[in-house]
Ligand binder design. Structure first.
Ligand code: MN
Length: 160
């Protein structure tokens, strides 16, 4: 389970993203006003931030830059979601500091897969960077850590 902050001004998209993430066992939290997104991120401590690019007030690109230059949040993976994918958009989004980019209308498969990839990369990075001595070489520890439970498309086995 991962804590995922969603910054999105469209209520239907918020519902869609939250439902999708919850169905994958994550803990989503949504912010509609990008002006409070940075503060919310600091208090929530997300494992991943998903942000819309077309936002009133603070744009998604500016928010990505703010997160990247914040000491506490600099390492948090960011996935951008955007409705208008003009030429050069992806480069601008990645240059601002997002690791991934999904265009709207989103493909549910692509959305879920991108979230999984980013969280796996982040776990990998955390494991390499900040684990206690001795843990890295223990194959049992590593095996346990890669066991994330049911994958996409699996129910978890609690259906009647
Ligand atoms: Mn928007």
């Amino acid at each position: 389970m991962a804590k995922i902050l969603i910054v999105e001004d469209n209520a239907l998209n918020i519902k869609l993203f939250c439902d999708l993430l919850a169905a994958h066992g994550h803990q989503p939290e949504a912010v509609t006003d990008s002006r409070v997104a940075l503060e919310k991120a600091k208090s929530f401590g997300p494992d991943l931030v998903i942000t819309d690019i077309q936002l009133p007030h603070v744009s998604g690109l500016d928010l990505i830059r703010m997160i990247r230059s914040d000491e506490q949040l600099a390492q948090v993976p960011i996935m951008a979601v955007t409705a208008y994918s003009a030429r050069g958009d992806e480069e601008r989004i990645r240059a601002a500091g997002a690791q991934a980019y999904v265009s709207k209308p989103i493909s549910v498969m692509k959305f879920a897969q991108t979230v999984d990839d980013l969280l796996n990369d982040e776990r990998e990075r955390a494991r390499e960077g900040g684990t206690a001595e001795g843990e890295i070489d223990n194959p049992y520890t590593q095996a346990n850590r890669t066991d994330d439970g049911p994958g996409p498309g699996e129910t978890g086995g609690d259906e009647p």
